[in-house]
Design a protein around this ligand. Structure first.
Ligand code: SIN
Length: 317
């Protein structure tokens, strides 16, 4: 089946942002004591012989450990992705990224662009210098997915599986198989370079579009995440309000439930004009809507609910 990709497009653009996939360690047997974001994206590509047969371009967008990902880099990345996708010869874009905040970047790109061509993020749990590094296979698989005729939207390729931006969650701190489609099916698997699709890619919601990113970065809304837990009171909400906050995402217990004092504090914040979204600290599953309760984030994890609220507030201004 031919998707909306250009018929003659055969170029894949690979954008580097850093992460463990570009990390190096002193000792090849050391999988954790390494420095992320040391190698350039071109070096990563050159280390994978089969990629020599592909028409590729590389560009270094950033070189950081993804725990330090920021709005300025997000904006630069989304603009470059959009520019490359608009080129008729480009069939897809691949982004190398750290695993730690990959799901946030993927969701941000999907909700801003909802691209018809594929934008494929990949990463690694082990540095490039490891005895059994996972980065090269993940990057090769990502390029194969970006070149697949059925691929579209923001996808994540990791450890032989393809995930959508909505479903993806990092579920393990150390294992090589660190990601899962936590609340739905994997989109596809990559087997010896071939993509086997397992589920229909969901039709995306209307994207926010690049226009929402025009506001100066220093005026972007402050959206914070807090959690319900045993003994949770309203003090964190009050502290955030005193510093100035535009939005709050609460990771509730179970189906988004909140202790009485935390709910009271959040309702008070809402009454002062702070946008509130209720998510769950569970690993999967939605928070069901209720007229009596604070607004639900649906099936979005707390970090993705924060991205959604950030973009909603940017769009409102
Ligand atoms: C990072 O997120 O940049 C470091 C950790 C990783 O890539 O696994």
């Amino acid at each position: 089946m031919q998707n909306t990709n250009e018929l003659n497009a055969d170029l894949v653009v690979i954008l580097g942002t850093g992460g463990t996939i570009a990390g190096t360690a002193q000792d090849a047997a050391d999988n954790v004591g390494y420095r992320a974001a040391q190698l350039g994206v071109l070096e990563l590509v050159r280390a994978i012989p089969p990629l020599a047969q592909r028409r590729l371009e590389t560009e270094q967008i950033a070189q950081l450990d993804s725990k330090d990902m920021d709005f300025a880099t997000w904006r630069k990345l989304v603009l470059r992705v959009s520019e490359h996708l608009a080129r008729p010869e480009v069939m897809g874009v691949v982004i190398t990224h750290g695993t730690d905040t990959l799901e946030e970047t993927a969701y941000f790109l999907q909700r801003v662009l909802a691209p018809t061509k594929p934008v494929v993020l990949t990463a690694a749990m082990r540095p490039a210098t490891a005895l059994q590094t996972d980065g090269p296979q993940n990057l090769l698989d990502a390029v194969n997915v970006a070149a697949d005729a059925q691929a579209r939207g923001v996808l994540i390729v990791f450890s032989g599986a393809v995930h959508s931006a909505e479903q993806l969650r990092k579920v393990h701190s150390y294992r090589v198989d660190a990601f899962a489609s936590a609340d739905g099916a994997r989109a596809a698997v990559v087997e010896e370079g071939r993509v086997r699709w397992l589920s229909q890619l969901a039709t995306s919601r209307t994207p926010f579009g690049l226009g929402v990113l025009n506001r100066p970065l220093q005026t972007w809304p402050r959206v914070q995440i807090l959690m319900n837990h045993v003994g949770a009171d309203g003090s964190v909400v009050e502290a955030l309000l005193s510093q100035g906050v535009d939005g709050l995402v609460v990771a509730g217990t179970g189906n988004g439930s909140l202790s009485l004092p935390l709910e009271a504090a959040l309702r008070a914040a809402q009454a002062q004009g702070v946008a509130v979204l209720r998510s769950t600290r569970c690993d999967a599953g939605p928070v069901t809507e209720s007229d009596q309760a604070l607004p639900s984030a649906g099936a979005l994890s707390p970090v993705k609910a924060r991205v959604e609220l950030l973009l909603t507030l940017l769009a409102a201004n």
